[in-house]
Design a protein around this ligand. Structure first.
Ligand code: SF4
Length: 122
């Protein structure tokens, strides 16, 4: 029997999951789906940053558009380590398409604006 807290909503039901993936303790069907997903294919949202060439704004925050398989999170972070932004970005722009072949894009959560004058940054 596995115990976990459902984090789908603020109620935070205490779930019990047996070896046959029978869920008890959930107050709604979303808890059952959450418990089964956590036992069979847990996923997490990924929030992180990537480097930029802008000295006044050296990191750009990014997030996954949807949750990624938990087992791929560290490899996805390694992919982000290799990204360097050197052009204007708006919130929602795709920074990495289909990261780790998950079908999930990493998108910017901030704007970054480079100066139009060569050699200068703002
Ligand atoms: S089981 Fe339903 S009510 Fe309970 S925490 Fe999960 S989503 Fe909320």
């Amino acid at each position: 029997m596995k115990q976990m807290t459902c984090i789908v909503c603020p109620v935070g039901c205490h779930l019990s999951i047996d070896d046959n993936l029978k869920i008890t303790g959930n107050r709604c069907p979303r808890g059952e789906k959450y418990g089964i997903d956590e036992m069979t294919n847990p996923k997490r949202m990924l929030t992180s940053t990537v480097r930029t060439t802008l000295s006044t704004h050296p990191r750009l925050s990014v997030k996954s558009r949807t949750a990624l398989p938990k087992g791929l999170i560290f490899e996805a972070i390694s992919v982000l380590d290799d990204i360097i932004i050197d052009k204007n970005v708006k919130i929602g722009d795709v920074i990495v398409t289909n990261i780790m072949n998950t079908g999930v894009d990493m998108v910017a959560t901030a704007n970054i604006q480079f100066d139009t004058h060569p050699g200068r940054t703002i």
